[in-house]
Design a binder for this molecule. Structure first.
Ligand code: ADP
Length: 606
């Protein structure tokens, strides 16, 4: 077996290519996270120094045990020295326990701060961040990257410190004992560190190659031993071809595996030999000094030097790997800070308006232009007014920009030019909390979290009374369904509401939006076909709501469209027609076409 951490001692090509730039501001920023814990860190530092030095003491005492106790034949001294040596070891270990407790405490607190700050920051990211980033990436940064920081604090920093202190103290003691033997020891160290790294690297490369080969084999198996893969192989007579491919990859694999285990063997031979060469050289040099040059060196002194040499192997090896760990740690911090540096695009204006009275729900779009990426125009010159208590239906082919339009009202995105006003104030000047609390949205993708119906409803208004809940459910036409359930409103909805039908989910989310009692209700009607009973129930719920509330409906069904006061027809990001149903049908334009192809058919089917 290789010593622990051997394989981690080298950078992958990818890590080499993305080597982070370590700058003073980066270091300052890292230390700004450590700064609040400087007192604890100071204690840790003292503990590390004390335990590192103490752990060397038994080696020094060994010299006196031999010289004064054994050779000097002093029983009392022998016992005292042995007890002191054991006591020092115990003390060093106890200090290590305290140090590791404090260290973990600091690491946990730093990552606690980082996690919370990051979560808060991500919550403020614009919606476009969540639509364009890979969700796995976000989770990785929140979890394993931040846990990496924990490791850096508990292991990398500590290991740099304790190994440096151990090494420096060992060197000082060795030179104080005898500088000639200390020099011999210093010459011996490269003898075992160089082969260690060399063997480690060879083995690491072989392990990586074996991993790649293993992936290739798995790929072949997955491709060819699946139902459709086998069908393809059989129909194209590729059995022999695939067999050869598999055999070659397998052959390659055994070659790598044998080389890998032999690299381990050679490595052990080299390490064992070199680690015995060190002490032998010191014995030899010590012997020569004692016998040929009449040095006053004692047997004990030589034993001290041999023992100290043994204590240096570990720290030297670790410090050689430190550069790699250091680069990895810096890369980790750089990645985390990258997320922290993403600007919060949609936030409260400094002097945001916070009206005192309840909003009336009027909406006005004034020459709104919008694009998601700043290039491809999604909305062009959109203007319309929705007065309080009125309703507008937005219709148009899929992808024409209907959802984008309504997303601008609660500021999920901000306009590029023009403005969206809510209650006569530009939404960018309104208090964001106020704006969003006055808008209720029932989206196409109804999102219910895993809990009871009650819990899902209370998300909109945590202090709602049972009566309010019942009223919202009645208006959303879901009360009957809830009553028919054994557990009523405390029925579990399942993961993402999977235990409910599409229609039931929609009606619950209507009830949830109504419970908020918003000044403006936005309803994105589902395009996917619901069964006609569900459809009818939703219609029954929606019609009175549309008539009584300020509402915007992205409509796909004639009945909803007919209930609205005005219809806006959107195509390719522009409002191409507007007005009442009867006039629009006669026009012979986009609306007439939609009517002929979609609404009328749906109407007849119902
Ligand atoms: P509709 O609601 O009318 O079906 P959308 O408003 O959803 O249309 O989409 C309008 C256009 O904007 C489409 O071309 C769509 O591809 C694009 N789009 C929608 N959402 C995003 C997004 N988050 N990022 C980039 N482009 C988007």
């Amino acid at each position: 077996m290789l010593p622990r951490g051997m394989n981690r001692g080298f950078l992958t090509e990818e890590e080499k290519a993305n080597r982070p730039k370590v700058t003073l501001p980066l270091l300052k920023r890292i230390f700004s996270y450590l700064a609040p814990y400087w007192k604890q860190m100071a204690i840790v530092l003292v503990c590390i120094a004390a335990s590192s030095v103490l752990s060397l003491l038994p080696s020094v005492l060994t010299g006196r045990i031999i010289d004064e106790g054994l050779i000097g034949r002093d029983m009392q001294m022998l016992v005292i020295l042995i007890a002191a040596s054991l006591g020092v070891t115990l003390g060093a270990n106890l200090i290590r326990v305290a140090e590791s407790y404090l260290n973990n405490w600091i690491a946990q607190h730093i990552t606690f701060d980082m996690r919370n700050n990051m979560y808060r920051h991500l919550q403020q990211m614009p919606q476009s961040f969540f639509t364009s980033s890979n969700q796995g990436d976000i989770i990785t940064r929140m979890t394993s990257d931040i846990s990496g920081v924990e490791r850096v604090v508990t292991s990398t920093f500590t290991s740099i410190l304790s190994n440096t202190i151990t090494l420096v103290s060992a060197v000082i003691i060795m030179f104080r004992e005898n500088w000639i033997l200390a020099l011999v020891g210093a010459l011996v160290i490269p003898l075992f560190t160089i082969p260690t790294r060399w063997a480690g690297k060879t083995r690491w490369t072989l392990t990586r190659d074996a991993q790649e080969c293993n992936d290739e084999i798995n790929g072949i198996l997955n491709e060819t031993l699946s139902v459709s893969g086998q069908l393809l192989v059989k129909l194209f007579n590729k059995e022999d071809y695939e067999y050869d491919r598999y055999k070659d990859a397998n052959h390659n694999m055994i070659r790598l595996r044998i080389r890998e285990s032999m690299a381990g063997r050679w490595f052990m031979v080299i390490i064992n030999t070199f680690s015995s060469v060190g002490p032998m050289l010191i014995y030899l040099a010590g012997g020569i000094l004692m016998m040929r040059y009449n040095s006053d060196l004692t047997v004990g002194d030589i034993s001290v030097l041999v023992a100290l040499l043994g204590k240096m192997y570990g720290p030297v090896n670790s410090l050689l790997n430190i550069q790699v760990e250091w680069i990895r740690s810096m890369a980790l911090f750089t990645r985390i800070f990258e997320y922290f540096d993403m600007p919060v695009e949609i936030k409260n204006a400094e002097d945001a308006v916070l009206p005192e009275n309840k909003a009336s729900g009027t909406v006005e779009f004034k020459n709104v232009n919008f694009s998601y990426d700043g290039m491809g125009k999604i909305l062009e010159n959109i203007s319309f007014t929705l007065e309080s208590g009125k309703s507008v239906a937005i219709v148009g082919p899929s992808g024409s920009g209907k959802s984008t339009m309504v997303n601008l009202i609660p500021r999920l995105y901000d306009v590029n030019s023009g403005s969206v006003e809510f209650d006569g104030v530009d939404v960018r000047d309104l208090d964001l909390g106020y704006l969003r609390s006055n808008i209720g949205i029932v989206s196409q993708e109804t999102y219910l979290f895993n809990g009871t119906i009650r819990e899902n409803l209370l998300y909109a208004k945590p202090d709602a009374t049972d009566q309010e809940l019942a009223e919202a459910c009645r208006k959303a036409n879901i009360a009957d369904f809830i009553c028919s359930q054994e557990k009523g409103i405390d029925t579990m909805v399942g993961n993402r509401g999977l235990k409910l039908s599409g229609g039931e989910k929609q009606r619950i989310s209507i009830a949830r939006a109504l419970l908020k009692d918003p000044a403006l209700l936005i309803f994105d009607e589902a395009t996917s076909a619901l069964d006609s009973i569900s459809e009818h129930k939703i219609q029954e719920a929606m019609e009175p709501i549309i008539k009584s509330r300020t509402s915007i409906i992205i409509a796909h069904r004639l009945s909803t469209i007919l209930a609205a006061d005005e219809i806006l027809v959107v195509k390719d990001g522009r409002i191409v027609e507007r007005g009442a149903h009867a006039d629009l049908v006669k026009k012979g334009g986009v609306y007439t076409e939609l009517y002929e192809t979609q609404f009328r058919g749906a109407l007849e089917a119902a």
